[in-house]
Design a protein. Structure first.
Ligand code: MSP
Length: 519
């Protein structure tokens, strides 16, 4: 991979009618890990997130709050920006769909589709769900409570009849299928790709892309009685943030097509059928990859305010600390699967993987160096087979983890890294450096050097997941700021004699009694 190869990763833009919860934190943290990983790997990264501010749902929420929609958005959007700070998210940009840079790009794309004959005016009649901001076919609806028909997502639907502009989606069926065929890794996981392909094969109808029965949106260029359908508006954020309609230079030229749109499974169709068709129809390339992750339930149930099991990122971070939450979210579930959040599970990971396995290893090694090696990186002698075996595993880690991250298999990447944590713990027990202090101090120094080098690798590689804790560990190993990227793994081994600061724990244990008191 050439150095500085661009990498563009995006989260969905979040609806401002809602406040952030665990599910949103999940999507955003996953993207942050990718962005940090790629930066450390020498790539030029753009990491985009933002807020989705138009549409009927937001208009209704504003009305319920008794304020104008723009004011409502201005009030709620900061909560989403706050979430990125709370979770230590390294996004390079935050786009709001009410910003002029976005509106201008949406208008331009609309005109481009119109110019290419992809849009026509017609009459819509069919089912619409405001909660999902989605149109549903009659045959997609399922039976809900009291025999009422509802969307497959469980959302209420209403019958809609109005004059709408349509996008000629039906004309794109074969070209979409050909594109999926030619780009086998563009939709992941595989089961989701199959789902999309069978949806498209079952036949596509032209898509309504404007609304007339409310007004909170971007007016259709040339016919302001209509506002642009909120999903068309929202999807375009991925290119307006790159400066679209300027395509020949600037960020668009560098970063498009996106390397990855990360989305939840509920919004897959928008991101792989509609979005791809819009882009192809406008003469633009679809994103290289869309990954649809699973959904979290909370203690067995769908999260909802009314059930009182709505988990906010803030309460988790306050209780467990940020890095444990980030680690847990990506370690606990095979990425792509659904899962259930439980406090027991997070405490188990925190005290097991983090405090016991990794934290203790670091603490033991650094404390021994501090006490027995004059608080400086020890000078190693010749390495034995056991030392070489551990160091060999450590040096192979990046090559093992890189393809796992490229496939968004975060849980596997962490498992791979923690296998080395376990190997290092076994090595400490076997080599028993504390017992060598008197009889063979030179051997003790060699063992402690191998362990310190192992810790340096582990700290550098865990930075994307647990950035604060990893930074703390790198500080304790006196690793310079400029020597913390992946190139430094081999280029900058620890220098014997480097003075080390006093060691401090990096992952404090979580004590259950405190949790009970906090309840
Ligand atoms: N505004 C649209 C996205 C437009 S992108 C052009 C939207 N917003 S959302 O705020 O409702 O959802 C944003 C993301 O949060 C989605 O990827 C969704 O899957 C994710 N999650 C919402 N609840 C979730 C869980 N309970 N669990 C995991 N992810 C969940 O959709």
């Amino acid at each position: 991979m050439p150095a500085n190869q661009p990498y563009f990763v995006t989260t969905p833009i979040y609806y401002v009618n809602d406040l952030p919860h665990l599910g949103h934190a999940y999507t955003t943290v996953a993207c942050d890990v990718l962005a940090r990983f790629m930066r450390l790997d020498g790539r030029r990264v753009k990491f985009l997130t933002g807020s989705d501010e138009h549409g009927q749902k937001v208009e209704q929420s504003a009305r319920a709050a008794g304020i104008a929609p723009q004011e409502f958005c201005d009030r709620i959007s900061p909560a989403w920006q706050e979430m990125t700070r709370l979770l230590n998210i390294s996004n390079d940009d935050f786009i709001r769909t009410t910003e002029p840079r976005h509106v201008r790009g949406v208008e331009a794309l609309w005109r481009e589709l119109e110019r290419r004959g992809e849009i026509y005016l017609g009459r819509f009649s069919g089912w619409y769900s405001v909660r999902d901001e989605a149109f549903y076919d009659e045959n997609e609806l399922i039976e809900g409570p009291q025999g009422r028909r509802i969307a497959p997502t469980g959302a209420e639907v209403e019958w809609l009849e109005e004059d709408n502009y349509f996008f000629r989606l039906s004309a794109w069926q074969d070209r979409l299928l050909a594109w999926y065929e030619a780009n086998p890794d563009a939709i992941a996981p595989r089961s989701r790709r199959n789902e999309v392909i069978s949806f498209v094969k079952s036949g596509l109808r032209d898509l309504s892309i404007s609304r007339t029965s409310f007004s909170w949106g971007i007016p259709v260029p040339g016919n302001p009685k209509h506002v642009i359908y909120v999903w068309l508006d929202a999807l375009i954020n991925y290119i307006t943030a790159l400066g679209y309609p300027e395509t020949s230079d600037g960020e668009f030229a560098t970063f498009w097509p996106a390397d990855l749109h990360m989305v939840g499974k509920d919004i897959l169709r928008f991101h792989t059928v509609y979005w791809h068709a819009f882009l192809l129809a406008a003469g633009l390339e679809p994103p290289r990859r869309v990954f649809a992750h699973g959904w979290w339930t909370a203690e067995g149930q769908k999260m909802s305010k009314s059930l009182g099991n709505f988990i906010t990122p803030k309460e988790l971070v306050d209780r467990y600390g940020l890095d444990p939450v980030r680690y847990f979210l990506l370690r606990e579930l095979p990425f792509g699967n659904d899962g259930d959040f439980s406090h027991r599970a997070i405490v188990g990971r925190l005290n097991g993987d983090l405090a016991n396995d990794f934290g203790n290893l670091a603490q033991r090694v650094l404390a021994m160096i501090n006490r027995n090696c004059d608080a400086a990186v020890p000078e190693p002698g010749e390495f034995t087979e056991a030392d070489e075996e551990l160091l060999g595993e450590v040096r192979e880690l990046l090559a093992r983890v890189r393809p796992q991250i490229a496939e968004q298999a975060f849980h596997l990447a962490l498992e791979t890294i923690w296998r080395v944590v376990s190997a290092a713990n076994r090595y400490v027990d076997e080599q028993a450096p504390w017992a060598l202090r008197r009889g063979d101090p030179a051997r003790m120094r060699t063992v402690l050097y191998a362990l310190a080098e192992t810790l340096r690798h582990l700290a550098i590689l865990t930075q994307p997941f647990v950035p604060d804790a990893a930074a703390k560990l790198l500080d304790q190993l006196a690793v310079l700021q400029g020597q913390r990227d992946f190139a430094a793994l081999t280029a900058s081994p620890l220098q014997p004699g480097t003075r080390l600061p006093r060691p401090e724990g990096i992952f404090p244990r979580f004590v259950e009694a405190e949790a009970a008191a906090g309840n």
